[in-house]
Design a protein around this ligand. Structure first.
Ligand code: GTP
Ligand code: PEP
Length: 211
């Protein structure tokens, strides 16, 4: 099974606000872009991934992520994360009606394509399934096989919400890079310890110099 991934990205100037104590206004947008670039780059080379749709209104991010092979869909609903994901999934299914689709956060800078392939293989038997984030509170990936709506319920305590919606929780070892979302300075340190992609490594190095 080859998946279409739908990756949502806020305008960079507003993204990653919880990193404001770690990265000032001058560096935070480039850090958010670096996270998205490393996420998309790892996703795009994953053998289980056919294509990547990024839902964003950010012009710079759209240009940079298209260069990595993503198809850009404007966030035309303009109604928050779940509306953006439903819109991206509908665009994916309009192009490929039988596509299995999975929503993936754009803040997974340590993402490894082999681990993503393992998660997608585990998701394939279930109509809908999800992977909890590293903190065990949120969600980093939500999947829907052909013929099933995605019904995203991301934000805050989305692990419980996705479970209550009937999606199956994927309980997997050795997929830390897919669960390691970065919201805070501590999350960034944890991602750096796992090993981040080259753009995040460069952006994090600039952060140290700026300190
Ligand atoms: N297209 C789109 N993406 C969104 C929207 N809201 C959040 N996202 C993306 O959804 C993922 C999780 O978002 P959040 O954790 O809510 O936001 P964030 O910018 O990552 O971090 P905070 O500002 O600290 O909340 C990230 O990839 C965001 O860029 C939205 O309204 N539209
Ligand atoms: C949107 C989510 O992520 P975050 O932890 O970034 O809020 C979520 O986990 O549903």
């Amino acid at each position: 099974m080859q998946w279409t991934l739908v990756i949502p990205l806020k305008p960079l100037a507003r993204a990653k606000s919880r990193l404001s104590d770690t990265a000032g206004d001058g560096l935070r947008p480039s850090l958010a872009l670096a996270f998205a670039q490393d996420t998309v780059a790892a996703a795009a080379v994953c053998p289980a991934v056919l294509d990547v749709v990024v839902v964003t209104d950010d012009r710079l991010a759209a240009r940079e992520l298209a260069e990595l092979g993503a198809r850009i869909v404007p966030d035309s609903p303009g109604a928050g994360l779940n509306a953006a994901l439903a819109h991206g999934a509908a665009a994916a299914r309009a192009a490929r009606p039988d596509a299995p689709v999975a929503a993936l956060n754009a803040d997974l800078p340590a993402l490894r394509s082999a681990e993503l392939a393992r998660v997608l293989a585990a998701a394939a038997p279930f109509p809908r399934s999800f992977l909890p984030d590293a903190a065990g509170i949120g969600t980093t990936l939500l999947s829907a096989i052909p013929g099933t709506e995605l019904r995203p319920a991301f934000g805050g305590e989305s692990r419980a919400r996705h479970a209550a919606s009937g999606a199956v929780e994927l309980r997997l070892d050795c997929v830390d890079s897919v669960r390691r979302d970065v919201d805070t300075g501590d999350d960034l340190r944890a991602a750096l310890a796992l090993g981040v992609g080259p753009r995040t490594a460069a952006a994090a190095a600039r952060l140290l110099i700026a300190d």
